[in-house]
Design a protein around this ligand. Structure first.
Ligand SMILES: [Cu+2]
Length: 168
């Protein structure tokens, strides 16, 4: 019987954790604008790329890169967060083709939001690329939150089992 109770407690803990996780996740910052706009066709490199969100971001842990058609980094310097806006400097661009902006920022609620958009350079520039992007690009996934909820669920479950055992 205790085993049944323990299993039930475990199941309820996980379900609660899952619901709590989903509820919090819906409050993430959402990207509302970009510069250059998505799929823009440019004849000249922008000086920086900018993403604007619907709420202020935390200034720490922001990552933003621009990866060129050659697989190299064309962004330069550290990303800058100013309220709801994150930006990073861009080198004079090189080969024509698609440049992809990847970003990872932290919402006001502490959760990580990541994404990307692309624009096209239609005329080759004379810029020199940074290092290969494969090592430096931020991951497209945010830091997963679920292990924390699983851990919390496990702690609750273990405590419940222990309490049930003690009552015998
Ligand atoms: Cu959130």
């Amino acid at each position: 019987m205790n085993r049944v109770i323990a299993t039930l407690v475990l199941a309820i803990s996980f379900a609660t954790a899952a619901v709590a996780g989903a509820g919090v996740a819906s409050a993430h910052a959402t990207r509302v604008a970009t510069d250059p706009v998505e799929n823009a066709e440019l004849t000249q490199a922008p000086q920086k790329v900018i993403a604007t969100f619907n709420e202020a971001l935390q200034s720490e842990f922001a990552a933003m890169t621009v990866v060129g058609p050659d697989g190299n980094l064309w962004s330069t310097g550290d990303p800058r967060v100013d309220g709801a806006v994150v930006s990073v400097g861009v080198r004079p661009l090189g080969p024509s083709g698609t440049y992809t902006v990847n970003y990872r920022v932290t919402s006001a609620d502490g959760h990580v939001v990541s994404g990307s958009w692309s624009f096209k350079l239609t005329v080759s520039g004379t810029g020199t690329p940074g290092p290969s992007a494969s090592a430096a690009s931020p991951s497209s996934d945010g830091i997963p939150v679920w292990p924390f909820f699983v851990a919390a669920g496990l702690i609750v479950a273990v405590a419940a089992v222990w309490a049930v055992r003690r009552q015998r």
